[in-house]
Design a protein around this ligand. Sequence first.
Ligand SMILES: *[C@@H]1O[C@H](CO)[C@@H](O)[C@H](O)[C@H]1NC(C)=O
Ligand SMILES: *[C@@H]1O[C@H](CO)[C@@H](O)[C@H](O)[C@H]1NC(C)=O
Ligand SMILES: *[C@@H]1O[C@H](CO)[C@@H](O)[C@H](O)[C@H]1NC(C)=O
Ligand SMILES: *[C@@H]1O[C@H](CO)[C@@H](O)[C@H](O)[C@H]1NC(C)=O
Ligand SMILES: *[C@@H]1O[C@H](CO)[C@@H](O)[C@H](O)[C@H]1NC(C)=O
Ligand SMILES: *[C@@H]1O[C@H](CO)[C@@H](O)[C@H](O)[C@H]1NC(C)=O
Ligand SMILES: *[C@@H]1O[C@H](CO)[C@@H](O)[C@H](O)[C@H]1NC(C)=O
Ligand SMILES: *[C@@H]1O[C@H](CO)[C@@H](O)[C@H](O)[C@H]1NC(C)=O
Ligand SMILES: *[C@@H]1O[C@H](CO)[C@@H](O)[C@H](O)[C@H]1NC(C)=O
Ligand SMILES: *[C@@H]1O[C@H](CO)[C@@H](O)[C@H](O)[C@H]1NC(C)=O
Ligand SMILES: *[C@@H]1O[C@H](CO)[C@@H](O)[C@H](O)[C@H]1NC(C)=O
Length: 702
Amino acid sequence: MEVLPSSILSSIILASILKSGFIYCQSSDCYPQDFKALNGFHEQLDTPIDGWDGPLLACCKRIGVMCESSANTPSRVVGLILGNRRLKGEVADSLAGLDHLRVLNLSGNHLGGLFPAKLFQIQSLEVLDLSYNDFQGSFQDSLNLPSMKSFNISYNKFGGPLLVTVCHNASYIQTLDLSSNNFQGQIPANIANCSSLQQLFLSSNYLSGKLPGALFQLQNLRELHLGGNEFSGQFDARIGNLVNLVKLDISDNSFTGEIPDSFSRLVKLKHFYADSNRLSGPLPASLVNSPSLSHLRLSNNSLTGLIGINCSSMIHITDLHLRANLFYGPILEELSTCHRLSYLSLGQYNAGKLPSSFRNLKALKHLIIQNASLLNFTAALETLKHCKSLTTLILNRNFMNEEMPQKPNLQFRMLQTLIIANSQLRGFLPVWLSGCPKLQVLDLSMNRLSGSIPLWIGMLNHLFYLDLSRNSLTGDIPGSVGSLGNFANLNFSTEDKSSGIPIYLKTPGRQSLSYRHIGSLPPTIDLSTNKLTGPILPDLGNIKWLHILKLGNNCFSGNILEALSGMKNLETMDLSLNNLSGVIPGSLTELNFLSNFNVSYNELHGEVPLGGQFQSFPISSFIGNSDLCGLPLGPCLPPLVQPDQNHYGVRAVWKLEESNQHRPATCSGRKVKVSCLGSPNPLMVLVNTIVPLYINFNFMIC
Ligand SMILES: *[C@@H]1O[C@H](CO)[C@@H](O)[C@H](O)[C@H]1NC(C)=O
Ligand SMILES: *[C@@H]1O[C@H](CO)[C@@H](O)[C@H](O)[C@H]1NC(C)=O
Ligand SMILES: *[C@@H]1O[C@H](CO)[C@@H](O)[C@H](O)[C@H]1NC(C)=O
Ligand SMILES: *[C@@H]1O[C@H](CO)[C@@H](O)[C@H](O)[C@H]1NC(C)=O
Ligand SMILES: *[C@@H]1O[C@H](CO)[C@@H](O)[C@H](O)[C@H]1NC(C)=O
Ligand SMILES: *[C@@H]1O[C@H](CO)[C@@H](O)[C@H](O)[C@H]1NC(C)=O
Ligand SMILES: *[C@@H]1O[C@H](CO)[C@@H](O)[C@H](O)[C@H]1NC(C)=O
Ligand SMILES: *[C@@H]1O[C@H](CO)[C@@H](O)[C@H](O)[C@H]1NC(C)=O
Ligand SMILES: *[C@@H]1O[C@H](CO)[C@@H](O)[C@H](O)[C@H]1NC(C)=O
Ligand SMILES: *[C@@H]1O[C@H](CO)[C@@H](O)[C@H](O)[C@H]1NC(C)=O
Ligand SMILES: *[C@@H]1O[C@H](CO)[C@@H](O)[C@H](O)[C@H]1NC(C)=O
């Protein structure tokens, strides 16, 4: 039996509740008790509900109110469905007066405070949806909801210990969703009371400890979501008791030990997520032979041994996430017979060559193999070009020190994301990249690529994230960069936003891996730390949608042009450590989103422009220039040379003393200004080296 998506399940519950005899907004009668309850609720809210105007309006005519009447009885309110109505304030306990209420849906509002305990006592209530609000407080011990079928309080701030009293007397409860709250402590043993449960969501709380044995008695469970908590202990072999499981998620916890060999009993299991735990040992035979599994996620554990996936058994496997483990040895040819594989991530030592049989993986869309000592990049690309569905290729930290393949016959027509960073690759930016017309994300940072940035880069119409930082690229930025398609006219069509793509985040001092969704990457051009020269062209100003521009640590020269203020969405502009001269144009103050700005260590002069965020940027955004002044720097006065008591002879202006240590090697050989003690005339000195120059100046005779 297929498991139904929870939304369908709740609409089926809803449909069966709202069966015949149900009148929606028709009766003008209003049962007095219901009238009072609804008015009390309405009055306590901070904002009026649209369509509830006039306190005398009949209950059943109000928007979101559902009534039911039969021949002899007055119609009663059975449903209050006010999801996504921007309701604010607290919920009045008068609402408990609706003692025929079966469905209460207040999801997606801004309701807060304590949820009245009395409402957790409505005997007729079958569906409660309070998700996406700001309700808080610990969960009351006094729940009595004998008719409850679907209970959803996810995405609130409920906290305290997890008391599953919601299941007391609730013999029909199928769905319990307590995810994304602040519940703490262990899962109590009385979870066994929830024996009719089919879906249990406890993800993203602060739950801890071992899983209680009682949990493994819930024979009807089809979905168990425990991800994003602090559970620990051995991952329990009794999981095999839950024979109806279709989805099991224990990711982002601290489970230890080996994965139990219990999967032959879980004949319906399709999704097993256990990434980011501390699981060790080899993959058990029942897991790598599971005929039902379609999604297996075990990334970021300490699993060892060979990756012995048996494709002859695992006939449904489409997603296999195994990266960041301690697997060892070559990538097995066998994997290429998993014909349905769409997502494959691997992490192992000494992976050797990518098997050429991988060319048979026609369904493969995402391939991620990082830090696996892969060899022969040319051969790997020759193989992968046959995988016609490939959209994501991430091969960081492989092919160490190999030459970038240049064969023009390589084509990846569907490729959207190509990330091969941190691999010390040599050679030029390969022309075959121009045969990847759908490329959106290109990250070749931290290699040793040389040569110039080719003109054809501007033909990649969908590119919105370009990172070529930390290479040895030379020459100018071609003007065509300014016509990069998506930069100028952003149109995200990235598919599969759900699958996190691990990307190197460059934090100073260390490199860490982080899951980012491709769709959440900010539009970026990062060319920093290369040997680029020439002017920063006004064409860049065309790139209206750019969020991040990093050109630091090169040797760009000329002026910063007014036209750059065309990048209206820019948040970060880093031009530090270059040879830029002239003034900072005042037009940059029009960049309303600019929050990181750095022009330090250039040859700029004049006043820091007044306005925008400019006066709030730190001094380190501007240091190391010859003559910048004005807030946040000192006032624009004629330069004052302080006599230096400790040294004789010449000393550099203090700003330059600091800067000289940072100057990039590319930019050495230029002149810097120093002031001679006692002399009113500044002196131009040719700088030929990046060693701390102030020492030389200090001992230079004036
Ligand atoms: C609970 O509500 C949230 C938010 O509306 C929803 O995403 C989730 O699927 C619901 N849970 C169940 C089990 O239906
Ligand atoms: C509650 O209302 C929201 C918003 O209209 C809807 O998405 C959700 O499915 C409803 N919940 C149930 C259980 O029907
Ligand atoms: C269960 O229902 C019975 C009878 O309706 C009631 O006496 C009892 O207090 C309820 N139990 C809980 C835990 O609410
Ligand atoms: C609920 O759990 C408690 C404690 O585990 C137990 O004493 C009680 O009999 C259970 N009630 C039902 C209805 O399962
Ligand atoms: C890997 O798992 C550890 C916990 O075992 C977690 O702290 C870390 O954030 C995870 N890393 C990634 C990249 O998910
Ligand atoms: C792989 O699966 C096939 C088909 O189920 C089975 O005959 C074979 O023994 C399995 N191989 C291993 C090594 O388990
Ligand atoms: C790469 O793998 C080596 C072992 O081969 C390991 O020591 C190192 O920490 C890994 N580096 C990253 C960034 O994962
Ligand atoms: C890489 O593979 C290709 C084709 O398989 C082969 O011709 C070449 O010699 C290999 N290069 C190295 C360095 O092993
Ligand atoms: C944006 O992308 C969609 C889907 O790829 C396409 O249909 C649409 O024409 C594009 N819009 C623009 C303005 O490029
Ligand atoms: C600007 O760049 C310089 C050189 O890289 C760095 O030392 C300084 O901390 C940066 N300042 C800011 C505000 O980013
Ligand atoms: C630095 O810029 C100046 C003025 O634009 C130029 O004359 C000089 O050649 C540049 N220096 C280098 C090393 O590019």
